[in-house]
Design a protein around this ligand. Structure first.
Ligand code: SAH
Ligand code: SF4
Ligand code: F3S
Length: 450
């Protein structure tokens, strides 16, 4: 037991993807058991963890500018007779390890995503020696990381992330993830179900199952059978209290009809699929080592629509990959129109040291990347708006998540992940209600409770 005076405060700052958000929660959970209370206030933090992202150059650079600021703050605090520890976690920690200690003397500990279970022990060390832990331990980190206490889980709202698969063996030529997250690993079915059950016990209504290649999920079930994502979705949907299930991110190579059947047969599985394609040009897809063609991708889209006609798609795009011509870029725009994506993330290709694409000829100038990104984002924005506007006049099931911006107003999400605001009592949080959509404004819908 810790006495109140022994209570310390930890601030975790997360960058990058949803898996980092999940990991941040697991880190605060494990430190909670060590007498560390989570805080948002840097001024009273005894421990600051930067949970970093290495995906693009900008993301990685951000870490060092943040560390520079923390170094100054730490010096000020030391002058005042106080101190705090700085930990670098996440994908930059994994990718750069010791280099971080060399470059930034203020850092106390560098810890990779597979080692978070070692945090308490490493922090408790009396020695002043600075440390790096970027092993890929064979024993399962998930087993050693605790679940949140009931109060903590409750405070996180009605929707939660649950990592079910981590790592990637695909080695797209532009990407660092296989190096920072290691090879693919699926959590056993029983562990996933137990975690979801604990979340629903404290009022969580929606779970988003996470994985770098979530549809490659193949966790073992109780009888030693390797379960597909479709099978796992079925099991999760049977947990009482679950209203909605989402999953992300899927890979085109791993699409199989069982997933389409899950969308058809399980009402809790939402009609939304994030399926990154990166480019609409087969030449570029080949150079990226995506191992599928544009037609394979369109076939998957058609297969999903055949079984669930109201499903909408979102995607990720990279513009300015080495060798991308105007024609290749045009093919991407054509694909975007053909699929009619309801939303998308898009990025300028960013050179990542150590990846094959960094060494490729024909790197694209920055101004060309800028122009292509603008064109692509304008097209996506138009489609996004069209999709949103098409909801006006319809009655949608909305999961009520929180209070809205105005008094008396509540906010929630539609099955297609659109934000909706409407007047309703505040104790409606966590309920799925019917809302008739009356208006479409910037980035959200407005409606009235039916
Ligand atoms: N596992 C997922 C996504 C991984 S990273 C998938 O396979 O699609 C998220 C997105 O970041 C990618 O889909 C890609 O669009 C983008 N990305 C990854 N590496 C990048 C790089 N070097 N430059 C620009 N964007 C990149
Ligand atoms: Fe990166 Fe490709 Fe793996 Fe996605 S599938 S994480 S883009 S290597
Ligand atoms: Fe970034 Fe690592 Fe996620 S590189 S996108 S935090 S897997």
């Amino acid at each position: 037991m810790t006495t109140p005076s022994a209570t310390k405060r930890v601030l975790v700052k997360s960058y990058g993807c949803q898996m980092n958000v999940y990991d941040a929660e697991r880190m605060t959970d494990i430190l909670d058991g060590q007498g560390y209370q989570a805080t948002d206030n840097i001024d009273n933090a005894d421990l600051i963890i930067l949970n970093t992202c290495h995906i693009r150059e900008k993301a990685a650079d951000k870490v060092y500018s943040e560390l520079g600021r923390l170094r100054e703050l730490k010096a000020e605090r030391k002058n005042a007779g106080q101190d705090f520890k700085i930990v670098v976690a996440g994908c930059v920690a994994q990718a750069e390890g010791k280099q971080i200690l060399r470059r930034e003397p203020a850092v106390d500990l560098v810890i990779g995503p597979q080692s978070y279970q070692n945090l308490p022990e490493l922090l408790a060390r009396k020695s002043r020696s600075r440390h790096v832990d970027t092993e890929f331990p064979v024993d399962d980190k998930f087993k050693s990381l605790p679940s949140p206490s009931n109060e903590r889980a409750k405070a996180r709202g009605v929707s939660a992330f649950v990592t079910i698969q981590e790592g990637c063996d695909k080695f797209c030529t532009f990407c660092v993830v296989p190096y920072t997250r290691g090879s693919e690993y699926s959590r056993p079915v029983a562990d996933v179900l137990a975690e979801v059950k604990r979340l629903t016990d404290v009022g969580i209504r929606e779970v988003t199952l996470l994985g770098q290649n979530v549809n490659a999920y193949h966790g073992l079930d109780e009888s030693g059978h390797s379960a597909s994502l479709g099978e796992l979705l079925k099991r999760v949907s049977e947990i009482s209290g679950i209203a909605r299930i989402r999953y992300t991110t899927s890979h085109p190579l791993e699409m199989d009809e069982n997933l389409a059947f899950a969308h058809r047969d399980i009402p809790e599985v939402m009609p939304y699929l994030h399926l990154p394609v990166q480019s609409g040009s087969d030449k570029i897809l080949g150079l990226m080592n995506r191992r599928h063609t544009m037609h394979d991708y369109l076939d998957s889209i058609a297969m999903m629509r055949r079984h669930r006609n109201d499903i909408v798609f979102s995607s990720d795009f990279i513009v300015g990959f080495p060798g991308e011509t105007d024609e290749d870029f045009q093919a991407t725009l054509t694909l975007i129109e053909e699929v009619g994506f309801a939303s998308a993330y898009s990025f300028k290709y960013s050179v990542r040291p150590g990846t094959p694409a960094a060494e490729m000829d024909d790197q694209i100038p920055e101004d060309v990347k800028d122009r292509r990104l603008q064109i692509l984002q304008a097209l996506i924005a138009k489609q996004q708006r069209r999709h949103q506007d098409s909801m006006v006049g319809k009655t949608l099931d909305i999961l009520v998540e929180r209070k809205g911006r105005y008094p008396g107003q509540m906010a929630g999400k539609s099955p297609h992940l659109l934000a909706v605001a409407f007047d309703a009592p505040s104790d409606y949080i966590g309920r799925v209600v019917q809302v008739r959509i009356t208006d479409s404004v910037t980035n959200s819908l407005v409606g009235t409770l039916v």
